[in-house]
Write a protein that binds this ligand. Structure first.
Ligand SMILES: Nc1ncnc2c1ncn2[C@@H]1O[C@H](COP(=O)(O)OP(=O)(O)OP(=O)(O)O)[C@@H](O)[C@H]1O
Length: 705
């Protein structure tokens, strides 16, 4: 239950003065809420200003700089209404101070209102933007007009907020001003010594500080108010992750007693030997699973580093111990591919594997479910269909989640909510910096595959403007005639957008005709609108070599493994993020042949676009690319917030507040260790914190036994 003290903050924005249905819609849009009802007062509080208007500049009319926001006090000399109502001529009011004359300009000004606001011969104070034209100073629609005697009531410094079309700065400011007094005095969850040492205000004061900046320094991420809220936000995040982890760990794991007889057979049948990194990661996993605690391990490895084999070894150990293992992939294609690869690897060892996805239907599905329930199926590979209610496992000991940034915390929670509590290995493809791992996964144990399999040659990356597409097609034709395999990627914003679909189909058609009859017949097309079995058939044909050029949307982005494909062309490379380009490029350079990646771009490139392509050309190191990506894009996007449902941060910034993340992580661990059920006074305060940041999902598990 949400603490009552938060009720005013979680009431709908519609209850605030000045928020009618139309404004509520706009606010929902601004905060990314589905409906206006989902839009709460607290969303306004977290809406941080990005800059401020300083009205303290009072230079006198003659010295007011062009375009500056200034505050002027002067005497009203004259009103000059337009000649008639229909006229386009504005209403003008003239005033002067000891330095000069200023014209106030009003379009569609109402004379009665203006006469009252700006009475003749009275001293008034106006604030707004100065415009000089032909040696005359004017101010169009001043932001403020008050009697000079009331000038002290003018807001001298005003926050400026991110907006959405249709919502005026003034309206939003007024609404936030109305929301601010609803901030309660929160019970204190911060360690007082930390607050003092860091000079952090209380959370309530921090909200006031955030919205009532007095100086440019107050807008800085290092302003005490912002640091306090950033700490709170990190603490809430770390606490919820720690609670999930505690919950996941609570149920003791089943110790895995590996005999090694299956894994030996698998390894012997492999055409290669594991890398040092793979061996090390496998050893870490074996050690975890042999113990009494449940394993919660993250396996991080750059594209093509060989994560699948590591996962397979873990699964083999579980089967040796009499258990079952599942491998959950984010997409159908990947699930099918993992199934094919693992079936091949495990054939020699006689391990029984099944595939289960949303596509598995009818009698086939019933039979598979039966084999899963009886324990006959030893490894089950699939999509999230693996954890539907109808699926019952005989003895599930290990869940491998090939996360590729697509599932996130919620899926992991759902898994345990079902009462399934196997050891867990989460694989992530794009290497993510440590701070991000912490923010997204909390304190998971981490294994890293830092080396690539031996014999890999560097991928040569070339950037070329689209105008030279003809050259590329010519070179591609020669390479294909020479027996090579290539991908041609067209960007796709949304799988549902017709125009994008058109573009990949059109590209397919133009390439077929440009490549001539012999090669044109070996060009395939794959996109997300195809049925699962169509996609499978195409991927199989590409693997077997029936298709040599695969024109594709980004459905091939993650995990697709065709080691003898050596050419990758990416059209409109400027539209992709770095992480995605790295993933796409990672589809080549997976065998021992040299590979090429051609990034076709449409200019002119902006600064960021240029920086991105340069980084891609300069390095293949996924860790470096991820760090650069973080700099260029910000953390939310990098994590794929929208796909994974991992809440992004509203105030905290991983870059500016990395020190606070570290502190919050330690504090969360300490708190949970001392008070695992959050029942102490501070524990209760912390519950309020979790609700405040909408990270309360994990609280439910406290009572779940
Ligand atoms: N030790 C090794 N030596 C040689 N080849 C290997 C080794 N380990 C794996 N491979 C091969 O390397 C390719 C990439 O492996 P895998 O598909 O597991 O990569 P991944 O880490 O999942 O990468 P991605 O995230 O790009 O999918 C596969 O074709 C696999 O058979």
């Amino acid at each position: 239950m949400r603490p009552a003290i938060l009720d005013p903050l979680f009431s709908s924005v519609s209850g605030l003065p000045g928020v009618g249905p139309k404004i509520a819609e706009l606010l929902a849009k601004l905060f990314g809420r589905e409906t206006p009802e989902d839009c709460r007062v607290v969303d306004l509080l977290f809406h941080a200003p990005h800059s401020l208007i300083d009205r303290r500049n009072q230079p006198g009319i003659a010295r007011a700089p062009q375009g500056a926001i200034v505050t002027i006090t002067g005497r009203v000399d004259r009103h000059q209404p337009p000649p008639n109502k229909k006229s386009n001529v504005p209403y003008r009011v003239f005033l002067h101070d000891e330095t000069g004359e200023l014209t106030l300009v009003f379009f569609r000004g109402q004379s009665t209102w203006l006469e009252k606001q700006l009475p003749l011969d009275e001293e008034v104070t106006v604030s707004g933007k100065i415009d000089w034209f032909n040696g005359r100073a004017s101010m169009v629609h001043p932001d403020y007009i008050v009697k000079a005697s009331e000038a002290e009531n003018l807001p001298l410094v005003e926050p400026i907020y991110p907006l959405t079309a249709g919502l005026s700065p003034k309206t939003l400011r007024k609404i936030i001003e109305a929301a601010l007094p609803k901030t309660p005095d929160f019970p204190e969850w911060i360690d007082q010594a930390l607050a003092e040492k860091q000079g952090l205000p209380s959370t309530a004061d921090a909200f006031h500080g955030l919205h009532e900046p007095r100086d440019p320094a107050d807008i800085d991420p290092q302003a005490p108010a912002r640091r306090r809220l950033a700490y709170d936000e990190f603490l809430a995040g770390q606490l919820s992750l720690a609670l999930v982890r505690q919950r996941l760990r609570k149920v003791a794991g089943q110790p895995v007693h590996a005999t090694g007889h299956l894994s030996r057979q698998i390894l012997e049948a492999l055409p290669f030997s594991p890398t040092g990194s793979q061996t090390e990661a496998i050893a870490q996993i074996m050690k975890d699973m042999a113990g009494d605690d449940r394993m919660l391990r993250l396996l991080q490895g750059d594209v093509g580093s060989g994560k699948t084999l590591v996962a397979l070894m873990a699964m083999a150990a579980v089967i040796e111990s009499g258990g079952q293992a599942v491998l959950m992939a984010p997409t159908e294609i990947l699930a099918r591919q993992h199934h094919a690869t693992i079936a091949k690897y495990t054939a020699a060892a006689g391990i029984r594997i099944e595939a289960l996805t949303g596509r598995t239907k009818g009698k086939e599905r019933d039979e598979i479910l039966e084999r899963i329930a009886s324990g006959e199926a030893q490894i089950v590979i699939g999509t999230h269909a693996l954890f539907q209610d109808t699926v019952n496992y005989k003895n599930l000991m290990l869940a491998v989640v090939d996360e590729q940034h697509r599932f996130g915390v919620h899926q992991r929670l759902r898994l345990t909510a079902k009462g399934i509590t196997p050891h867990m290995l989460v694989m992530t493809a794009t290497p993510i910096p440590r701070t991000l791992v912490l923010a997204a996964f909390g304190d998971m144990d981490v294994s890293k595959l830092t080396e690539k399999p031996a014999g890999r040659k560097p991928i040569q990356t070339i950037t070329i403007p689209t105008e030279r597409i003809g050259d590329i097609v010519g070179r591609l034709k020669a390479a294909l005639a020479d027996g090579k395999k290539a991908y041609w990627i067209c960007p796709l914003v949304e799988e549902t957008e017709e125009s994008d679909l058109m573009s990949v189909e059109e590209r397919h058609a133009t390439l077929v005709s440009a490549l001539g009859r012999a090669i044109g017949s070996q060009v395939g097309l794959i996109h997300g609108r195809m049925s699962g079995s169509e996609k499978d058939a195409i991927m199989m044909a590409f693997k077997s070599g029936e298709i040599r050029l695969l024109v594709a949307t980004t459905v091939v982005e993650v995990g697709v493994d065709v080691p003898d494909a050596t050419i990758m062309v990416i059209e409109h490379a400027e539209r992709f993020g770095l992480a995605q380009l790295h993933q796409l490029r990672g589809r080549v350079g997976r065998g021992d042949e040299a590979s090429t990646c051609i990034l076709l771009y449409r200019g002119p490139l902006g600064e960021t676009g240029h920086a991105r392509l340069t980084i891609m050309r300069d390095t293949e190191d996924g860790f470096r690319i991820a760090e650069e990506d973080l700099k260029l894009r910000g953390e939310g996007e990098l994590l794929g917030t929208r796909q994974s449902g991992t809440p992004g941060f509203r105030i905290a910034s991983l870059e500016a507040h990395a020190d606070l993340l570290e502190i919050a992580r330690k504090d969360a661990a300490y708190l949970i260790e001392r008070d695992p059920e959050l029942t102490s006074e501070r524990g209760n305060a912390v519950r309020t914190l979790l609700y405040l940041f909408r990270r309360d999902e994990a609280i439910r598990f406290l009572h779940a036994g």
